[in-house]
Design a protein around this ligand. Sequence first.
Ligand code: ME8
Length: 521
Amino acid sequence: MNKAFYITTPIYYVNDKPHIGHAYTTIACDVLARFKRLDGYDVKFLTGTDEHGQKVAKAAADKGITPLQLCDQNSQNFRDLAATLGISNDDFIRTTEERHKKACQALWKTLEANGAIYLDKYAGWYAVRDEAFYDEGELTKGPNGERLAPSGAPVEWVEEESYFFNLSKWREKLLALYDSTPGFIGPKSRFNEVYSFVKGREGDAQPLRDISVSRTTFSWGVPVPGNDKHIMYVWIDALTNYITALGYPEQTPDFAKFWPNAMHMVGKDIIRFHCVYWPAFLMAANIQVPQRVFAHGWWTVEGQKMSKSLGNAIDPNALVEKYGLDQLRYFMMREIPFGNDGDFAESAIAGRINGELANEFGNLAQRFLSFIGKNLGGVLPEPGEFATEDKEILAACKKLLPDCCAAMDAQAFNEALEAIWAVVRAANGYVDKQAPWTLRKTDPARMNTVLYVLAEVTRHIAMLMQPFVPTSAAKVLDQLAVPADARDFAALATPIKGGITLPTPTGVFPRYGDPKAAKGA
Ligand code: ME8
């Protein structure tokens, strides 16, 4: 049986249009999903939209439409974006679906039956923008002395009957989970942040407080079973999506196969929900916790926070149109170490497209493939005996797969790309030094070996680039006549065949800003 891997994006709120922050998480998950599939895993990749809650209800009211109308429109925007970004998701969940309501109510009933939920009264601060409750001590002061959530969102005082989840009782179990499974939260800085939040400060009377999990002042949500005056808190509803999609509450084969291998990718803004609340809900319902949650950093735009009021949120559709899809995917995965914050500057994307994709990788393939086309009738030569330099660069290729696997398992996308790029650069150095155009006159046998080595090196690079730049990598592999059924990572072990005829090469990575170049692949 193949190894299994379950990867999820956050489900995005439908009150807003998709922007590059959403695109970033979804692309990262897609790169990982594609990598794992090529590496022989059975993958299930889930994305979708979070459609309940006060924020969505307010946005619909502001527009004068019903919440469901707003959800239908905006959920479609996220679905369309996934298509535009070439996302290979296996399912797209909407929390307004019947399967989800059923899963939420089943989870609730289990929590209630296990004594983890009780009815009381809530009095405290709530930020609709974050859909989160805050303690007085967490709040900051705004410019006019008004109270603000730590995220900067306005807060309102809420006092109502509410169900509570007994989070305080799970503190020791959560700490034991973090202690026994340090890989549960990545990167390390986020692990530490969550750990100290749960541990609390020395002398705290109650470091982790029970949380309110239902609301009565609006109705846009999943009703609490047996008391439909209450609707479930949007986060208990939202988090449940990850098991809804596996068929919960049914014990489906998908659940048995994928849930023990689940990984949630999220932004750093929602780490508390995923690393504290979610494992506590699951433990309280006697459900296994996911294997890992990775929280990536935050993009700013030209140095500024993206916000509705600044109107500077970048539409990923426009970026794909302008730079090309593979170019955008490559840039996002390459530009900043995954986990760190980064700035989206248009000058940086153009630099990566021209400097790395066009000049380094594109040229490498172009140079020797057009040489073979022009001088050898397009036939890839058979190699002679390998010289030391050949063996060195081929050995570097062999190391790429294990190096990339290690980097990808740590979600260090930029490190995988750096490892690939070290070989791209070494290969360009190899072409310059071996100079096949000179060997053509002086030593044609040696020229054949050099061209063969270049084809084998380029095959390795293109194979490992497939998850990042699927369309362009496929074009390079087409030009090397690599059959469609020999493109998974297991096929790396079988060297390319000499003597095959290659198709006529064409440029794969256009330069950005070159008026003659076709728009990006
Ligand atoms: O939080 N930089 O949905 P959401 C990087 N519905 N990533 C960003 C970003 C930025 N500037 N802005 C947004 C929710 N993101 C909940 C999730 S999950 C059970 C429920 C990404 O629409 C990042 O992944 O506000 C962040 O966590 C997510 O979008 C928040 O999306």
